[in-house]
Write a protein that binds this ligand. Structure first.
Ligand code: HEM
Length: 430
Protein backbone atom coordinates (compact mmCIF):
# COMPACT_ATOMS: atom_id res chain seq x y z
CA UNK A 1 0.00 0.00 0.00
CA UNK A 2 1.37 3.40 -0.79
CA UNK A 3 0.98 5.90 1.97
CA UNK A 4 0.90 9.56 1.05
CA UNK A 5 1.52 12.46 3.42
CA UNK A 6 -1.42 14.18 5.10
CA UNK A 7 -3.28 16.86 3.20
CA UNK A 8 -1.59 20.26 3.38
CA UNK A 9 -2.78 22.61 6.16
CA UNK A 10 -4.55 25.05 3.80
CA UNK A 11 -6.70 22.38 2.15
CA UNK A 12 -7.23 20.65 5.50
CA UNK A 13 -8.72 23.83 6.96
CA UNK A 14 -10.74 24.47 3.84
CA UNK A 15 -12.59 21.14 3.84
CA UNK A 16 -14.08 21.86 7.27
CA UNK A 17 -14.49 25.63 6.81
CA UNK A 18 -18.12 26.61 6.08
CA UNK A 19 -16.84 29.57 4.03
CA UNK A 20 -15.20 27.28 1.44
CA UNK A 21 -18.60 25.76 0.63
CA UNK A 22 -19.90 29.24 -0.23
CA UNK A 23 -17.17 29.59 -2.91
CA UNK A 24 -18.43 26.75 -5.09
CA UNK A 25 -16.07 26.91 -8.06
CA UNK A 26 -12.96 27.17 -5.98
CA UNK A 27 -14.28 24.36 -3.76
CA UNK A 28 -14.69 22.15 -6.84
CA UNK A 29 -11.18 23.11 -8.03
CA UNK A 30 -9.86 22.14 -4.63
CA UNK A 31 -11.60 18.75 -4.68
CA UNK A 32 -10.32 18.07 -8.22
CA UNK A 33 -6.77 18.78 -7.09
CA UNK A 34 -7.10 16.65 -3.95
CA UNK A 35 -8.74 13.76 -5.85
CA UNK A 36 -6.06 13.73 -8.50
CA UNK A 37 -3.47 13.39 -5.72
CA UNK A 38 -5.45 10.52 -4.14
CA UNK A 39 -9.19 9.77 -3.75
CA UNK A 40 -8.59 9.11 -0.04
CA UNK A 41 -6.34 11.48 1.92
CA UNK A 42 -5.53 12.02 5.57
CA UNK A 43 -6.63 15.28 7.22
CA UNK A 44 -4.84 16.04 10.47
CA UNK A 45 -6.85 16.81 13.60
CA UNK A 46 -7.13 20.26 15.11
CA UNK A 47 -6.84 20.48 18.87
CA UNK A 48 -10.19 21.19 20.58
CA UNK A 49 -12.02 21.20 17.26
CA UNK A 50 -11.93 17.77 15.65
CA UNK A 51 -9.84 14.64 15.46
CA UNK A 52 -7.99 13.45 12.33
CA UNK A 53 -10.02 11.89 9.52
CA UNK A 54 -9.73 10.51 5.99
CA UNK A 55 -11.27 12.68 3.31
CA UNK A 56 -12.88 10.59 0.55
CA UNK A 57 -13.38 12.52 -2.72
CA UNK A 58 -13.51 9.75 -5.38
CA UNK A 59 -16.93 8.63 -6.66
CA UNK A 60 -16.02 4.90 -6.52
CA UNK A 61 -14.63 5.18 -3.01
CA UNK A 62 -17.63 7.15 -1.65
CA UNK A 63 -19.89 4.49 -3.22
CA UNK A 64 -17.80 1.67 -1.70
CA UNK A 65 -17.93 3.19 1.80
CA UNK A 66 -21.66 3.96 1.56
CA UNK A 67 -22.57 0.42 0.53
CA UNK A 68 -20.38 -1.41 3.03
CA UNK A 69 -22.30 -0.69 6.21
CA UNK A 70 -20.51 -3.47 8.12
CA UNK A 71 -17.02 -2.00 7.66
CA UNK A 72 -18.04 1.67 7.80
CA UNK A 73 -20.28 2.58 10.72
CA UNK A 74 -22.35 5.70 11.29
CA UNK A 75 -21.44 5.63 14.97
CA UNK A 76 -20.15 7.26 16.99
CA UNK A 77 -20.02 10.56 15.08
CA UNK A 78 -21.84 11.34 11.85
CA UNK A 79 -20.88 14.93 10.99
CA UNK A 80 -17.72 16.97 11.50
CA UNK A 81 -19.14 20.26 12.62
CA UNK A 82 -19.72 19.14 16.20
CA UNK A 83 -16.86 20.59 18.20
CA UNK A 84 -15.11 18.36 20.73
CA UNK A 85 -16.64 20.55 23.42
CA UNK A 86 -20.15 19.95 22.06
CA UNK A 87 -19.57 16.20 22.09
CA UNK A 88 -18.54 16.26 25.75
CA UNK A 89 -21.72 18.20 26.52
CA UNK A 90 -23.93 15.76 24.58
CA UNK A 91 -22.36 12.86 26.50
CA UNK A 92 -23.12 14.54 29.81
CA UNK A 93 -26.70 15.32 28.76
CA UNK A 94 -27.53 11.87 27.39
CA UNK A 95 -25.57 9.68 29.77
CA UNK A 96 -22.84 8.70 27.30
CA UNK A 97 -24.10 9.20 23.75
CA UNK A 98 -22.21 11.59 21.49
CA UNK A 99 -25.51 12.45 19.82
CA UNK A 100 -27.87 14.92 21.40
CA UNK A 101 -30.57 13.35 19.25
CA UNK A 102 -30.87 9.60 18.54
CA UNK A 103 -32.09 9.05 14.98
CA UNK A 104 -31.73 6.83 11.92
CA UNK A 105 -28.45 8.48 10.93
CA UNK A 106 -26.95 7.68 14.33
CA UNK A 107 -28.01 4.01 14.36
CA UNK A 108 -26.09 1.05 12.95
CA UNK A 109 -27.25 -2.55 12.32
CA UNK A 110 -29.30 -4.22 13.65
CA UNK A 111 -31.22 -1.39 15.35
CA UNK A 112 -31.03 0.86 12.29
CA UNK A 113 -33.17 -1.41 10.10
CA UNK A 114 -35.69 -2.05 12.88
CA UNK A 115 -36.36 1.69 13.06
CA UNK A 116 -36.08 2.42 9.36
CA UNK A 117 -38.66 -0.27 8.56
CA UNK A 118 -41.26 1.58 10.62
CA UNK A 119 -41.69 4.32 8.02
CA UNK A 120 -40.09 2.83 4.91
CA UNK A 121 -43.44 1.88 3.34
CA UNK A 122 -44.82 5.32 4.09
CA UNK A 123 -42.05 6.92 2.00
CA UNK A 124 -42.56 4.61 -1.00
CA UNK A 125 -44.04 6.03 -4.23
CA UNK A 126 -47.26 4.03 -3.81
CA UNK A 127 -48.13 5.71 -0.52
CA UNK A 128 -46.82 9.12 -1.61
CA UNK A 129 -49.38 9.06 -4.43
CA UNK A 130 -52.03 9.52 -1.77
CA UNK A 131 -50.59 12.90 -0.74
CA UNK A 132 -49.85 14.25 -4.24
CA UNK A 133 -52.88 16.51 -4.26
CA UNK A 134 -51.96 17.98 -0.85
CA UNK A 135 -48.43 18.65 -2.11
CA UNK A 136 -49.81 20.24 -5.29
CA UNK A 137 -51.99 22.53 -3.18
CA UNK A 138 -48.94 23.59 -1.14
CA UNK A 139 -47.01 24.20 -4.38
CA UNK A 140 -49.82 26.32 -5.78
CA UNK A 141 -49.94 28.40 -2.61
CA UNK A 142 -46.18 29.01 -2.83
CA UNK A 143 -46.51 30.09 -6.47
CA UNK A 144 -49.51 32.34 -5.60
CA UNK A 145 -47.35 34.13 -3.03
CA UNK A 146 -44.50 34.43 -5.52
CA UNK A 147 -46.72 35.90 -8.24
CA UNK A 148 -48.26 38.34 -5.75
CA UNK A 149 -44.78 39.51 -4.77
CA UNK A 150 -43.48 39.63 -8.40
CA UNK A 151 -42.23 40.48 -10.91
CA UNK A 152 -38.96 40.79 -8.93
CA UNK A 153 -38.68 38.08 -6.33
CA UNK A 154 -36.20 36.14 -4.25
CA UNK A 155 -37.03 32.57 -5.22
CA UNK A 156 -35.36 31.16 -2.11
CA UNK A 157 -37.35 33.36 0.25
CA UNK A 158 -40.65 33.10 -1.60
CA UNK A 159 -40.67 29.53 -2.86
CA UNK A 160 -37.81 27.08 -2.46
CA UNK A 161 -37.27 27.87 1.25
CA UNK A 162 -40.84 27.66 2.61
CA UNK A 163 -42.30 25.05 0.21
CA UNK A 164 -40.45 21.91 1.45
CA UNK A 165 -40.90 23.09 5.03
CA UNK A 166 -44.67 23.26 4.53
CA UNK A 167 -44.63 19.76 3.03
CA UNK A 168 -42.63 18.25 5.85
CA UNK A 169 -44.75 19.98 8.49
CA UNK A 170 -47.88 18.71 6.77
CA UNK A 171 -46.65 15.11 6.93
CA UNK A 172 -45.72 15.61 10.59
CA UNK A 173 -49.17 16.97 11.38
CA UNK A 174 -47.90 20.43 12.46
CA UNK A 175 -50.41 23.23 11.87
CA UNK A 176 -49.19 26.07 9.63
CA UNK A 177 -49.34 28.55 12.52
CA UNK A 178 -46.60 26.62 14.36
CA UNK A 179 -44.23 26.41 11.40
CA UNK A 180 -42.12 29.49 12.26
CA UNK A 181 -41.45 28.00 15.68
CA UNK A 182 -40.44 24.68 14.11
CA UNK A 183 -38.21 26.48 11.63
CA UNK A 184 -36.41 28.27 14.46
CA UNK A 185 -36.01 25.08 16.47
CA UNK A 186 -34.58 23.06 13.58
CA UNK A 187 -32.20 25.93 12.78
CA UNK A 188 -31.04 26.04 16.36
CA UNK A 189 -30.58 22.28 16.54
CA UNK A 190 -28.73 21.90 13.28
CA UNK A 191 -26.60 25.00 13.57
CA UNK A 192 -27.09 27.09 10.45
CA UNK A 193 -23.45 28.09 9.98
CA UNK A 194 -24.39 31.09 7.83
CA UNK A 195 -25.22 34.24 9.76
CA UNK A 196 -27.70 35.44 7.08
CA UNK A 197 -29.73 32.29 7.40
CA UNK A 198 -29.50 31.68 11.09
CA UNK A 199 -31.90 33.98 12.84
CA UNK A 200 -31.18 32.50 16.27
CA UNK A 201 -28.16 34.75 16.98
CA UNK A 202 -25.79 31.76 17.04
CA UNK A 203 -23.11 33.52 15.06
CA UNK A 204 -22.21 35.73 18.03
CA UNK A 205 -22.13 32.89 20.58
CA UNK A 206 -19.35 30.88 22.16
CA UNK A 207 -19.35 27.11 21.49
CA UNK A 208 -20.60 26.58 25.05
CA UNK A 209 -23.54 28.94 24.54
CA UNK A 210 -24.35 27.26 21.23
CA UNK A 211 -24.39 23.86 22.88
CA UNK A 212 -26.78 25.16 25.57
CA UNK A 213 -29.01 26.68 22.91
CA UNK A 214 -29.12 23.39 20.99
CA UNK A 215 -30.00 21.50 24.16
CA UNK A 216 -32.81 24.01 24.86
CA UNK A 217 -34.13 23.65 21.31
CA UNK A 218 -34.17 19.84 21.62
CA UNK A 219 -36.19 20.18 24.86
CA UNK A 220 -38.70 22.61 23.27
CA UNK A 221 -39.07 20.36 20.26
CA UNK A 222 -39.65 17.36 22.53
CA UNK A 223 -42.32 19.21 24.49
CA UNK A 224 -44.07 20.23 21.28
CA UNK A 225 -44.04 16.76 19.77
CA UNK A 226 -45.18 15.13 23.02
CA UNK A 227 -48.51 16.88 22.28
CA UNK A 228 -48.55 15.66 18.66
CA UNK A 229 -47.81 12.08 19.81
CA UNK A 230 -50.64 12.08 22.36
CA UNK A 231 -53.03 13.39 19.72
CA UNK A 232 -51.96 10.83 17.07
CA UNK A 233 -52.33 7.98 19.57
CA UNK A 234 -55.83 9.12 20.52
CA UNK A 235 -56.87 9.98 16.94
CA UNK A 236 -54.68 8.09 14.45
CA UNK A 237 -54.49 9.50 10.91
CA UNK A 238 -52.58 8.50 7.77
CA UNK A 239 -49.68 10.94 8.15
CA UNK A 240 -46.14 9.87 9.03
CA UNK A 241 -46.37 11.34 12.55
CA UNK A 242 -49.25 8.97 13.23
CA UNK A 243 -47.22 6.03 11.86
CA UNK A 244 -44.35 6.88 14.23
CA UNK A 245 -46.55 7.54 17.26
CA UNK A 246 -48.29 4.18 16.86
CA UNK A 247 -45.21 2.09 15.92
CA UNK A 248 -43.87 -0.80 17.97
CA UNK A 249 -40.31 -2.14 18.25
CA UNK A 250 -39.94 -5.55 19.94
CA UNK A 251 -43.58 -5.34 20.96
CA UNK A 252 -43.18 -1.99 22.73
CA UNK A 253 -44.08 1.55 21.64
CA UNK A 254 -41.02 3.71 20.89
CA UNK A 255 -39.52 5.40 23.92
CA UNK A 256 -39.57 9.21 24.02
CA UNK A 257 -35.96 9.75 22.94
CA UNK A 258 -36.29 7.47 19.90
CA UNK A 259 -39.64 8.92 18.89
CA UNK A 260 -38.37 12.48 19.13
CA UNK A 261 -35.28 11.50 17.16
CA UNK A 262 -37.56 10.26 14.40
CA UNK A 263 -39.59 13.46 14.25
CA UNK A 264 -36.45 15.58 14.41
CA UNK A 265 -34.64 13.73 11.61
CA UNK A 266 -37.65 14.04 9.33
CA UNK A 267 -38.18 17.72 10.15
CA UNK A 268 -34.50 18.50 9.66
CA UNK A 269 -33.64 16.19 6.75
CA UNK A 270 -36.72 17.07 4.77
CA UNK A 271 -36.52 20.80 4.28
CA UNK A 272 -33.14 22.51 3.70
CA UNK A 273 -32.09 19.65 1.41
CA UNK A 274 -35.05 19.84 -0.95
CA UNK A 275 -34.95 23.65 -0.76
CA UNK A 276 -31.38 23.61 -2.03
CA UNK A 277 -32.00 21.27 -4.96
CA UNK A 278 -35.18 23.16 -5.92
CA UNK A 279 -33.33 26.49 -5.95
CA UNK A 280 -30.55 24.88 -8.00
CA UNK A 281 -33.01 23.61 -10.61
CA UNK A 282 -34.53 27.09 -10.89
CA UNK A 283 -31.11 28.69 -11.25
CA UNK A 284 -30.25 26.28 -14.06
CA UNK A 285 -33.50 27.13 -15.89
CA UNK A 286 -33.09 30.87 -15.35
CA UNK A 287 -29.57 30.69 -16.78
CA UNK A 288 -30.75 28.82 -19.85
CA UNK A 289 -33.92 30.36 -21.40
CA UNK A 290 -33.80 27.86 -24.27
CA UNK A 291 -33.97 24.93 -21.86
CA UNK A 292 -36.76 26.71 -19.96
CA UNK A 293 -38.79 27.02 -23.17
CA UNK A 294 -38.08 23.39 -24.08
CA UNK A 295 -39.23 21.94 -20.79
CA UNK A 296 -42.27 24.22 -20.77
CA UNK A 297 -43.28 22.57 -24.04
CA UNK A 298 -42.09 19.05 -23.19
CA UNK A 299 -42.66 17.96 -19.60
CA UNK A 300 -40.94 14.60 -20.17
CA UNK A 301 -37.71 16.54 -19.64
CA UNK A 302 -38.68 17.33 -16.07
CA UNK A 303 -37.48 14.07 -14.48
CA UNK A 304 -33.98 14.63 -15.95
CA UNK A 305 -33.93 18.24 -14.75
CA UNK A 306 -34.91 17.21 -11.22
CA UNK A 307 -32.28 14.44 -11.04
CA UNK A 308 -29.52 16.62 -12.49
CA UNK A 309 -30.37 19.47 -10.11
CA UNK A 310 -29.98 17.08 -7.18
CA UNK A 311 -26.54 15.95 -8.44
CA UNK A 312 -25.43 19.43 -9.46
CA UNK A 313 -26.32 20.94 -6.09
CA UNK A 314 -25.49 17.95 -3.82
CA UNK A 315 -27.29 19.60 -0.86
CA UNK A 316 -25.97 17.16 1.76
CA UNK A 317 -22.28 17.86 1.44
CA UNK A 318 -20.85 15.20 3.69
CA UNK A 319 -21.45 12.49 6.24
CA UNK A 320 -18.87 10.80 8.44
CA UNK A 321 -18.23 7.09 8.98
CA UNK A 322 -16.05 5.16 11.43
CA UNK A 323 -13.99 2.13 10.39
CA UNK A 324 -15.12 -1.08 12.18
CA UNK A 325 -12.19 -3.31 11.14
CA UNK A 326 -8.81 -2.63 9.50
CA UNK A 327 -9.28 -2.30 5.77
CA UNK A 328 -7.99 -0.66 2.60
CA UNK A 329 -9.61 2.07 0.58
CA UNK A 330 -8.39 4.01 -2.45
CA UNK A 331 -4.80 2.85 -1.92
CA UNK A 332 -4.73 3.68 1.79
CA UNK A 333 -4.53 1.48 4.90
CA UNK A 334 -7.37 2.31 7.26
CA UNK A 335 -7.33 1.20 10.90
CA UNK A 336 -10.23 0.24 13.13
CA UNK A 337 -11.61 3.41 14.74
CA UNK A 338 -10.41 5.72 11.93
CA UNK A 339 -12.86 8.41 10.97
CA UNK A 340 -13.86 9.21 7.35
CA UNK A 341 -15.57 12.09 5.61
CA UNK A 342 -17.52 10.90 2.58
CA UNK A 343 -17.84 14.06 0.56
CA UNK A 344 -20.86 13.94 -1.76
CA UNK A 345 -20.00 17.24 -3.49
CA UNK A 346 -16.61 15.86 -4.49
CA UNK A 347 -17.99 12.43 -5.50
CA UNK A 348 -20.73 14.00 -7.63
CA UNK A 349 -18.12 16.08 -9.47
CA UNK A 350 -15.68 13.27 -10.12
CA UNK A 351 -14.82 13.48 -13.84
CA UNK A 352 -14.12 9.73 -13.90
CA UNK A 353 -17.86 9.18 -13.37
CA UNK A 354 -19.49 12.29 -14.86
CA UNK A 355 -18.51 13.92 -18.16
CA UNK A 356 -18.00 17.65 -17.71
CA UNK A 357 -19.34 17.42 -14.14
CA UNK A 358 -19.82 21.17 -13.58
CA UNK A 359 -22.21 21.43 -16.52
CA UNK A 360 -25.93 21.20 -15.81
CA UNK A 361 -27.00 18.51 -18.27
CA UNK A 362 -30.69 17.62 -18.06
CA UNK A 363 -30.14 14.73 -20.46
CA UNK A 364 -27.29 13.17 -18.46
CA UNK A 365 -27.62 9.41 -18.74
CA UNK A 366 -26.80 7.46 -16.75
CA UNK A 367 -26.91 9.84 -13.79
CA UNK A 368 -25.97 7.57 -10.90
CA UNK A 369 -25.19 10.40 -8.53
CA UNK A 370 -24.56 9.97 -4.83
CA UNK A 371 -26.50 12.99 -3.56
CA UNK A 372 -28.90 10.66 -1.73
CA UNK A 373 -26.07 8.44 -0.50
CA UNK A 374 -26.22 4.68 -1.06
CA UNK A 375 -26.50 1.47 0.94
CA UNK A 376 -28.51 0.91 4.11
CA UNK A 377 -28.69 4.60 5.02
CA UNK A 378 -29.64 5.86 1.56
CA UNK A 379 -31.99 8.81 1.89
CA UNK A 380 -35.35 7.62 3.18
CA UNK A 381 -37.08 10.64 1.67
CA UNK A 382 -35.64 10.44 -1.86
CA UNK A 383 -38.96 9.65 -3.55
CA UNK A 384 -40.64 12.44 -1.62
CA UNK A 385 -37.89 14.91 -2.56
CA UNK A 386 -38.21 14.03 -6.27
CA UNK A 387 -42.00 14.18 -6.10
CA UNK A 388 -41.99 17.57 -4.38
CA UNK A 389 -39.65 18.98 -6.99
CA UNK A 390 -41.58 17.52 -9.92
CA UNK A 391 -44.91 18.86 -8.66
CA UNK A 392 -43.52 22.32 -7.94
CA UNK A 393 -41.97 22.60 -11.40
CA UNK A 394 -45.14 21.35 -13.07
CA UNK A 395 -47.01 24.16 -11.31
CA UNK A 396 -44.32 26.73 -12.06
CA UNK A 397 -44.07 25.79 -15.73
CA UNK A 398 -47.85 26.12 -16.05
CA UNK A 399 -48.00 29.43 -14.29
CA UNK A 400 -44.96 31.43 -15.39
CA UNK A 401 -44.10 32.56 -18.89
CA UNK A 402 -40.54 33.79 -18.48
CA UNK A 403 -37.82 33.78 -15.86
CA UNK A 404 -34.67 35.88 -15.76
CA UNK A 405 -31.77 35.96 -13.32
CA UNK A 406 -31.39 39.56 -12.13
CA UNK A 407 -28.55 39.44 -9.59
CA UNK A 408 -26.04 37.26 -7.80
CA UNK A 409 -27.10 33.97 -6.30
CA UNK A 410 -24.83 33.54 -3.24
CA UNK A 411 -24.36 30.20 -1.53
CA UNK A 412 -24.67 29.56 2.20
CA UNK A 413 -21.63 29.01 4.37
CA UNK A 414 -22.12 25.46 5.57
CA UNK A 415 -20.11 22.27 5.68
CA UNK A 416 -23.14 20.01 6.11
CA UNK A 417 -26.33 20.98 4.24
CA UNK A 418 -25.76 23.83 1.82
CA UNK A 419 -27.20 25.61 -1.19
CA UNK A 420 -28.22 29.02 -2.48
CA UNK A 421 -29.27 31.48 0.18
CA UNK A 422 -30.91 33.81 -2.30
CA UNK A 423 -31.93 33.67 -5.95
CA UNK A 424 -33.07 37.01 -7.38
CA UNK A 425 -35.37 36.48 -10.35
CA UNK A 426 -37.68 38.51 -12.57
CA UNK A 427 -40.68 36.42 -13.51
CA UNK A 428 -43.73 37.01 -15.67
CA UNK A 429 -46.98 35.17 -15.14
CA UNK A 430 -48.34 32.90 -17.88
C1 HEM B 1 -30.54 10.44 4.72
C2 HEM B 1 -29.79 13.52 1.05
C3 HEM B 1 -34.47 14.86 1.18
C4 HEM B 1 -35.13 12.03 5.05
C5 HEM B 1 -29.95 11.14 3.71
C6 HEM B 1 -28.57 11.01 3.31
C7 HEM B 1 -28.35 11.89 2.30
C8 HEM B 1 -29.60 12.57 2.04
C9 HEM B 1 -27.04 12.11 1.56
C10 HEM B 1 -27.53 10.06 3.93
C11 HEM B 1 -27.38 8.87 3.05
C12 HEM B 1 -26.32 7.88 3.46
O1 HEM B 1 -25.80 7.93 4.58
O2 HEM B 1 -26.00 7.01 2.61
C13 HEM B 1 -31.00 14.14 0.78
C14 HEM B 1 -31.20 15.08 -0.31
C15 HEM B 1 -32.52 15.46 -0.29
C16 HEM B 1 -33.13 14.76 0.82
C17 HEM B 1 -30.11 15.53 -1.28
C18 HEM B 1 -33.27 16.40 -1.19
C19 HEM B 1 -32.92 16.68 -2.43
C20 HEM B 1 -35.07 14.18 2.21
C21 HEM B 1 -36.46 14.27 2.56
C22 HEM B 1 -36.64 13.49 3.68
C23 HEM B 1 -35.35 12.90 4.00
C24 HEM B 1 -37.52 15.07 1.82
C25 HEM B 1 -37.88 13.19 4.47
C26 HEM B 1 -38.81 14.03 4.80
C27 HEM B 1 -33.93 11.38 5.28
C28 HEM B 1 -33.74 10.43 6.37
C29 HEM B 1 -32.42 9.97 6.27
C30 HEM B 1 -31.84 10.65 5.13
C31 HEM B 1 -34.78 10.03 7.41
C32 HEM B 1 -31.71 8.96 7.16
C33 HEM B 1 -31.81 7.60 6.54
C34 HEM B 1 -31.07 6.52 7.29
O3 HEM B 1 -30.06 6.81 7.96
O4 HEM B 1 -31.51 5.35 7.20
N1 HEM B 1 -30.56 12.08 2.90
N2 HEM B 1 -32.18 13.98 1.44
N3 HEM B 1 -34.43 13.34 3.09
N4 HEM B 1 -32.78 11.48 4.55
FE1 HEM B 1 -32.53 12.64 2.93
Amino acid sequence: MNSIPALDPENSRAVIDPQSYANWDSLLDRFDAIRSQSPVVRVNGVEDVHRPFWLVTGYDEVMQVSKDNATYLNNPQTVVFSLNEGIAFAKAMTGGSEHMVASLVTFDAPIHMQYRKLTQEWFMPKNLKTIESEIRAIANRAVDRMLDAGPDIDFVKQVSGPYPLHVVMQILGVPEADEPRMMMLTQQMFGGQDEDLNQSGMAAMTPEQITQLVAGAVKDFEAYFAGITADKRANPTTDVASTIANSMVDGEPLNDRDMMGYYIILAAAGHDTTSASTAGAMLALAQDPEQFAQVKADRTMLAGIVEEAIRWTSPVQHFMRTVATDTQLGGQDLKQGDWLMINYVAANHDPAQFDDPRRFDAGRSPNRHLAFGAGAHQCLGLHLARLEMRILFEVLLDRIETVELVGNAPRAKSTFVGGLKSLPLRISAA
